[in-house]
Design a protein around this ligand. Sequence first.
Ligand SMILES: Nc1ncnc2c1ncn2[C@@H]1O[C@H](COP(=O)(O)OP(=O)(O)OP(=O)(O)O)[C@@H](O)[C@H]1O
Ligand SMILES: [Mg+2]
Length: 398
Amino acid sequence: MKSESQEGSSDNPFNPGKPAEKEFFVGRKDELNQIVRYLKQAVSGSSFNILLFGEKGIGKTSLLNKVIEKASEENLLAVGIRCDKTMDAFKFFENLERRIIDEGLKRNELKFKFWQKEFNKTPDKQEYFRLRQEAESKEIVTDDLIADFKLLLKEVKEIAKGILVVIDEGQFLETIDGDILVKLKGILQTIGEGYMVIISSTGNVVDKLAEKHQSSGVERLFGDIIELLVLKDNEEVQDLINKRVKDLPMKFEDNVVNQIALVSGRHPREIVKICQNVYGKATDKGITLIDSSLLRESIYHLYREKIDTIRETYANLLPTEQGTLRTLLELGGKASVDLMLQNVPSHLREHMKTTYIEELEHLCEKGLIARTKFVETVTFSIIDPLIEYTLKAEMQIS
Ligand SMILES: Nc1ncnc2c1ncn2[C@@H]1O[C@H](COP(=O)(O)OP(=O)(O)OP(=O)(O)O)[C@@H](O)[C@H]1O
Ligand SMILES: [Mg+2]
């Protein structure tokens, strides 16, 4: 029963596999402002395509949904396509046409009914486009395709100022015909003013396509690359959590929110994953206030292996090494040796300096901290948030 309320319960507002609903969306102000500026430019005729990239779960799809909303406000017809392993160039364009028709229908049923009828009438879409796939080069002959889209886009121009094509999971384009984006541009160009493409991908798919298909010129199609990173600050993490529990009889203690921000590294999917688990645990126990001891259970549940390793490494340190680690933690988890020496009486400083350096190097070897050098200053820091969280718990540092 337990896992049911943790994973699939309908009243648990945290689901790491589900992009953020409109009313739960937080942050991303800079990225959105930037993209809206490009949308306005697209409407006024200077098209500017964007690559959005970021690691899995960082919030790409959530942001794209928001962008689609903004595009509609700018009176662009916004169509989203999601790629997958089975996508080929042919399916891509079939999908695109279907999506344009679907969105068009929402705005002007009369105009797009005809298109829908034609589209559905020919189950063999290859024939519909009269596409020929030349076996040897795997090239798609696009003349008929372009002719077809040209007519369709003309209709689009009558109901909107232009079109935004959003391609999610764009990393799967890599395996398709390398010219696909060039062809897409060729098609969209027929609309004249007011088109834009946004590709979202877990990596830089444009560079990869450009590498693979050197003469395609695909890299020139993209005017800006936006990398999506973790949420900006703890306030945004707090916002993410509060928005989802606002109308529910469940509260997260403030210090719990900060601990979640720490352990997750402010990575959206990690935040949601932790919250889903702890929310489920609280529900099971009939608790309505989530405190740090319940959170500790969840974190241990989710990251057990890693936490056990950290604890073991810590337990096997010399007491003086543990003390050095404590000093580092009390200084915020990041410090130079000079900073660590600030409260040491001056006559002991030289000796302590040598000891610290030796011990810190040893802690680096153990994988608990890392050493960085900037100009002449060497800094030691705990790089992994889970290490910081676990060690603080071990040493009872709040
Ligand atoms: N800006 C945000 N506001 C609120 N929640 C967010 C935000 N961004 C992401 N999330 C949450 O984080 C999780 C992952 O988000 P999303 O699915 O958008 O990421 P993604 O980058 O598209 O992931 P993938 O690479 O797996 O497709 C979801 O639970 C989503 O609700
Ligand atoms: Mg996604």
